[in-house]
Design a protein around this ligand. Structure first.
Ligand SMILES: C[S@@+](CC[C@H](N)C(=O)[O-])C[C@H]1O[C@@H](n2cnc3c(N)ncnc32)[C@H](O)[C@@H]1O
Length: 290
């Protein structure tokens, strides 16, 4: 095993679970070992995963993400665990879940929900296309702040489990409509004042990113905006996500996002990249010329 702390210290941490004062040391452990030899560290980490519930149990954040019960990392249940500050039961899992929830990447996921709500409140669009809506907790909370908003939100999502879950959260809200579709094969219809997609494009290669973006450009009404979230290449938790959680994303820089927007034909859409307060989730903003 990689030794980067005094012998036995890391073992104790894995058994007991960390407290807040241990968090910097754990990140340092993941980041340094992964940077030194990613393949070897990943292989060696598998024995820690087998030994420690916090890294294999469905009740834990990291174990659930790694197990991929719906076939992919970052499903609606995991994302909603992050949104709702879920902590699994038992001291060992609870301590590791508290670590996961305190990390900038988890904070950034929660911040993107706020980012969506703030965008909605600032622009009050009449209609929205929400691509890859997942648990739709962002939509639910928006209506909590603006119960009378005159908006129709079309949620496009390919996982039927996610749609059922989100539908149960938003039960009775007839301003939210769900469509089970794969964005790759979906035939675009109509236009929207706002098109929003977070937690999707960072699963795409550059080629697919450009292809889907080009499709979505056709869904924006004149003067309307398209906002796409993507994890930053400066994510300080990448090692923990990739090794501890088996959650791999295409991290990108602001320059890369702007370049992809141009490749998709959005040069004249005033491409701009902003970020949530943690600086981990970037947002590409495009405005269709009126
Ligand atoms: C990480 S979650 C993000 C959910 C939500 N946008 C959020 O930020 O809370 C990604 C979602 O994308 C959906 N998804 C992945 N690929 C998709 C595709 N090709 N078409 C439609 N939805 C897709 C998944 O089912 C999942 O619910």
């Amino acid at each position: 095993m990689f030794t980067i702390t005094p012998a036995g210290t890391m073992n104790r941490l894995f058994v007991d679970g960390p407290d807040a004062s241990d968090y910097p040391r754990i990140n340092d452990y993941f980041n340094r070992a992964y940077q030194r030899d990613p393949e070897n560290f990943s292989r060696e980490f598998e024995s820690l995963r087998r030994e420690h519930e916090a890294f294999h149990s469905l009740q834990s954040i990291a174990g659930y993400c790694c197990a991929k019960p719906f076939g992919y990392a970052g499903d609606f249940r995991l994302i909603d665990r992050l949104y709702t500050h879920y902590i699994g039961s038992g001291v060992h899992i609870a301590r590791w879940d508290a670590f996961a929830q305190a990390q900038p990447a988890a904070v950034a996921v929660r911040n993107r929900k706020t980012y969506f709500i703030d965008l909605m409140k600032a622009n009050l669009p009449a209609n929205v296309l929400n691509v890859a809506s997942g648990p739709a907790r962002d939509v639910l909370e928006f209506f909590g702040y603006c119960p009378d908003a005159a908006v129709v939100i079309d949620c496009l999502e390919y996982d039927a489990h996610a749609i059922n879950y989100a539908g149960s959260l938003l039960k009775g809200n007839c301003r939210v409509r769900f469509t089970q579709q794969n964005i790759l094969t979906w035939k675009a219809e109509g236009t929207y004042e706002m098109v929003w997609s977070s937690g999707l494009f960072d699963y795409f290669t550059d080629g697919v990113f450009v292809r889907v973006l080009r499709k979505l450009l056709g869904c924006v009404a004149p003067g309307g905006q398209l906002v796409i979230g993507n994890f930053s290449d400066e994510n300080p938790n990448r090692a923990f996500m990739e090794v501890g959680m088996q959650w791999f994303l295409h991290h990108r820089s602001p320059e890369q996002l702007i370049d992809l927007a141009k490749q998709a034909g959005a040069e004249a859409w005033n491409p701009e990249v902003k970020s949530e307060p943690a600086g981990v989730n970037l947002f590409l903003h495009l405005t269709k010329p009126a």
